[in-house]
Write a new protein. Sequence first.
Length: 172
Amino acid sequence: MEDWSKMRLKKYLKKFRVSKMLIFLLTLLFALIIYYCRCNYFVVCVLGNSMFPTFKNYQLLYVSKDLANLKPGQVVVFKNDNQILIKRIAKVYGDTYWVNFKSPAYYFITDSDKQKCEMFEKISIKCMEKRHILEDEVFVLGDNLENSIDSRVYGPIKKSSIIGCLETNDNL
């Protein structure tokens, strides 16, 4: 009778060790996943309506720190004057834009924007200059153009000011 109870106890302890090991391994895996996410991602809260209707005010976004492939159409998070802003890349290295040097300076995306401005505000062509986006810059715009302060106001931003991006437009 004693042998039977000892065998039963050994069997129970063996199962207990296996389940204890499984719990340990699952906990370790969970900790590694959290560590990976904390090192490669962060969460930001949308404040304002410059990206409406894509993002709503107070919406939380899961942002990647991987900045390897910045391209037009991609949403980026960047620092500008001690603010964290969320905008969409409109132009990259080699693309052109126009600058109006009248006070305050204003940046235009396309030739048609420049022509509209000349017609409606009668800005002299002498005050306009065509420029190219430099290798370390991007031109960003809010999706809600009427309510967005973006590169049209403060010019192209440095890539070094970008702290994260949404990985694909499918996440929107």
